[in-house]
Design a protein around this ligand. Structure first.
Ligand SMILES: *Cc1c(COP(=O)(O)O)cnc(C)c1O
Length: 471
């Protein structure tokens, strides 16, 4: 909606069905967080008021998508819902071979399982964690090449998610082009704060791939959000529609992988699309063995119907404007209160620098975990630490080698919370700021050998052991 003067960001939808949220007290939350060993992953979702843990599969579907669910064709082969999905995805990507999967990581396992293997190298702006895991599982190596300046959390760059083209070329020379399995461009760059990638960057990457005969994969589960930034920040795209921008970018790739749980606007689903017929046949073989027949992959007919509608709705200008501006609203609101946020704000999440927020808490006492726990106790808000709990390592003496940054991510589910929920989150931060000098760190009392952040247990440092209270 165009208005002459800026107005409050009113959601471009109204609510037809409600899911009640449980309102809890601080005393209750203190008790349940204690029982969850100060790890919000171990909380019951029912005890969470505002859940900003992830934007993956947590979005709300529209009335049309729900109507589509009822129209799902559950035929094993050649279902109408498959035809709908295939047509929408062909139109979007321009690619002839469309493989449906149950999630993004299934598409990754199939494609990288074929391209990978010992001695192979993948190069990306940043490999998302399941991407890296699927590549390394084959014995191949995954190397991230971000421009150095993109690591400065306060520097404004319009396309902070870009890949470093010079480093890509240097790596190809160093590793030998015959050893490069593929180049993967992740748009938006999830692990780097949801920062966008410019069309210019992908075009230049295409040229490198053409010159070297390399495969270019677009990991584009947030391709619509990325298109918003291209339209508003890159010259020459002001007059294109968001869909046209996405179509142009996807036509630069040889393959497209999508976790439909993001810009597919559905709760489950994934896609793998390809241009090369021979590669598509190999992928289809693996698809049939592990996901399902080629016209449904890992999805029910109703899932494909909802996805084909979601992939259309996500490019709606009012939706995307609301989506990106509402994420920015939270980020800018925090920044104006003096909360140190990673700048500029990306598409799907706001990242807070917990080390700067709690300068008095040593890295060994996990400042990110302090913020995550305090947000829950003070406001029932759940989010995730992306710092030394998640990414830290240990030296031989068992001493922490901290992560590069101590961040906390507030991810915004699509079409779920209203501006008043976000205003509430901003208010909770007033308490966090007021109490920050009294905050105390944590120690880990249990951790598994891999991906410890999901199940680690903590105790608050300087408090009587909580084991007795838990018993
Ligand atoms: C979420 C995500 C994936 C993995 O998709 P799942 O549907 O969670 O399996 C891959 N790449 C990126 C960039 C993602 O954000």
């Amino acid at each position: 909606m165009q208005t002459s003067k800026p107005r409050v960001l009113a959601e471009p939808f109204k609510i037809k069905m409600v899911e009640p949220l449980k309102v809890t007290t601080e005393a209750y939350r203190t008790e349940v967080l204690n029982k969850a060993h100060f790890n919000p992953f171990l909380l019951r979702a029912d005890d969470v008021f505002i859940d900003l843990l992830t934007d993956s599969g947590t979005g709300a579907m529209s009335d049309r998508q729900w109507a589509g669910i009822m129209m799902g064709d559950e035929s094993y082969a050649g279902a109408k819902s498959w035809e709908h999905l295939e047509a929408v995805v062909k139109d979007l990507t321009g690619m002839p071979y469309i493989l449906p999967t149950h999630q993004g990581r299934a598409a990754e396992r199939i494609l990288y399982g074929i391209l990978g293997g010992r001695g192979k190298v993948f190069i990306s702006n940043t490999h998302f964690d399941t991407t890296r895991a699927n590549i390394e599982f084959t014995g191949a190596m995954a190397i991230d090449v971000m421009p150095a300046e993109a690591n400065d959390p306060e520097l404004f760059l319009p396309f902070k998610g870009n890949i470093d083209l010079e480093k890509v070329e240097a790596l190809i020379r160093e590793k030998g082009r015959e050893n490069i399995a593929a180049i993967i461009i992740t748009v938006t760059n999830n692990s780097a704060g949801g920062q966008p990638v410019s069309m210019e960057n992908v075009k230049a990457l295409r040229k490198i791939c053409d010159a070297q005969g390399l495969l270019l994969v677009i990991d584009g589960c947030r391709i619509a959000e990325n298109s918003y930034f291209v339209k508003h920040r890159e010259q020459g795209y002001e007059h294109k529609t968001y869909k046209e921008i996405a179509q142009e970018m996807l036509r630069l790739g040889d393959a497209f992988i999508m976790s439909a749980k993001k810009d597919g606007l559905v709760n489950i689903g994934g896609l793998l699309t390809l241009i090369d017929e021979a590669l598509s046949l190999k992928c289809k073989n693996l698809l049939i063995i592990s996901e399902g027949f080629t016209t449904y992959g890992g999805l029910a007919g109703r899932d494909m119907e909802a996805l084909s509608i979601g992939l259309t709705e996500v490019f709606d200008a009012d939706y995307l404007n609301y989506r990106i501006r509402s994420t920015a609203y939270l980020g800018e609101g925090l920044r104006s209160k003096g909360v140190p946020v990673v700048w500029p704000i990306g598409g799907h999440a706001v990242y807070i620098d917990a080390h700067k927020l709690y300068p008095n808490i040593p890295l060994e006492e996990y400042p990110g975990q302090v913020l995550v726990c305090d947000l829950y106790t003070k406001g029932g808000i759940r989010c995730v630490e992306v710092g030394s709990v998640m990414l830290g390592k240990q030296d031989e003496a068992g001493k922490l080698i901290p992560a590069a940054n101590e961040l906390v991510r507030l991810a915004i589910p699509r079409r779920v919370y209203t501006q008043s929920h976000i205003d509430y989150v901003l208010e909770v931060f007033d308490d966090i700021l007021e109490l920050r000098t009294q905050a105390r760190g944590y120690k880990i009392t249990y951790e598994p050998p891999f991906l410890r952040h999901f199940t680690a247990r903590f105790d608050k440092i300087g408090e009587i052991t909580t084991e007795t209270q838990r018993a």
